[in-house]
Design a protein around this ligand. Structure first.
Ligand code: PLP
Length: 376
């Protein structure tokens, strides 16, 4: 464990600043950021309203412990509760996606008095020992075992397997409405509804991880709205504060009532709360969910028309798009970046993933389609 940056593989580009959908390196080269660093900048880089809200808050108060009520935190609670489907009006704030899921697992166990968690194959829920136990990929888990126990996996999208796994010992079913890291796998029609039904029948909590799908990305504020399913717990993080570290666990009353004792020093700190409320305001004011539906639909159509037989499938919803290629996706990314100035992401070995800021337009989409056409 020597040297710096030993955990992340470093990329050859040294980024210095960002603006809207663009990033700039230390030589001034411009990159169109269609990865948005894993969906962390829905409002684009350094949106002036978000930056302004953060700046004003930094001059007023950087931190005070969470047991003091704060207007800036109340505003975020209200904005999150107002944006959420159904009666998910109780909000627990933390600092990352994995912590939001960690809290979801703890709350569901505490509220039900049960321990079993049913998760899905190819699912991704984070890297701390509890959330990691709900994550599928062996490579992420094996070196760190033993993880938290009580986790079972079912094939994603298989209603029968889910029905068979959920019983009176189940505390929660935890899944993504569209799997992100697992390869951009949308849930089949009726799956979320079935998960809602079987959890309700068995007195278990339905936990939807919307850390990648949420905040307008798939064309609705939350992906679950499309299925009209209200989970018992919904988790969000990634782009919630446009780049400041934050996570949130939204709960129904019965979960909040039995949530047990949980806490974190930086939960609901004033600066991130200001950034998150401003982010939610921008998403609403600029109608970014509608925009994601429009630009995402256009981009998907153009891609389908442009790419040839090197592509196995193009899937996703809104501005959460996976392009499954026949040969390694990773090998395409450097060419895309260095020769075409377009940043994208992998999802597993064979899927190229696009998660751009939700402010992109048809011209940006055209540029990416042209670049991909050449690279493929
Ligand atoms: C990124 C992600 C997480 C983990 O979030 P971190 O902030 O990296 O801990 C969990 N679930 C999903 C669906 C994600 O995309």
């Amino acid at each position: 464990m020597t040297g710096h940056g030993f955990v992340f593989n470093e990329k050859p580009i040294r980024i210095e600043r960002g603006s809207g959908p663009y990033l700039y390196d230390d030589e001034g080269t411009e990159y169109l950021d269609f990865g948005a660093s894993y969906a962390v900048t829905p409002t684009g880089h350094c949106h002036p309203e978000v930056v302004g809200a953060i700046q004003r808050q930094t001059e007023r108060l950087l931190y005070v412990q969470g047991s003091f009520p704060l207007d800036v935190r109340d505003d975020l609670h209200d904005a999150l509760a107002a944006s959420a489907p159904g009666d998910l009006t109780n909000v627990w704030l933390c600092n990352s996606g994995t912590e939001a899921n960690e809290a979801a697992i703890k709350f569901a166990r505490s509220a039900t008095g049960r321990s079993k968690i049913v998760a899905t194959k190819r699912g991704f829920h984070g890297r701390t020992l509890g959330a990691l136990a709900a994550t599928w990929k062996q490579k992420y888990k094996e070196p760190f075992e033993p993880l938290a126990s009580g986790f079972e996996f079912v094939p994603y999208g298989d209603t029968e397997a889910l029905d068979a796994a959920v019983d009176e010992e189940t505390a929660a079913v935890l899944l993504e409405p569209i799997q992100g890291e697992g390869g951009i796998n949308p849930s089949p029609e009726g799956y979320l509804e079935a998960a809602r039904e079987t959890t309700a029948d068995n007195g278990a909590a339905l936990v939807l991880d919307e850390i990648q799908t949420g905040l307008g990305r798939t064309g609705t504020m939350w992906a679950t709205e499309r299925a009209d399913v209200v989970p018992d717990i919904l988790t969000t993080a990634k782009g919630l504060a446009s780049g400041l570290p934050i996570g949130a666990t939204l709960c129904r009353e019965w979960i909040a009532d039995g949530a047990g004792d949980h806490g974190s020093t930086f939960s609901g700190g004033p600066v991130v709360c200001a950034g998150a409320t401003a982010t939610l305001d921008v998403i609403e004011d600029e109608q970014l969910a509608d925009r994601a539906a429009d630009v995402g639909g256009y981009l998907t159509e153009e891609l389908r028309a442009a790419v040839g037989e090197d592509v196995r499938s193009i899937r996703g919803r809104g501005l959460m798009i996976g392009i499954e290629v026949k040969r390694g996706a990773n090998r395409l990314l450097p060419t895309l970046a260095l020769e075409h100035g377009v940043l994208a992401l992998p999802a597993g070995r064979s899927v190229l993933r696009l998660l751009p800021p939700l402010i992109v337009d048809h011209d940006h989409a055209d540029r990416v389609v042209n670049a991909l056409e050449e690279v493929l």
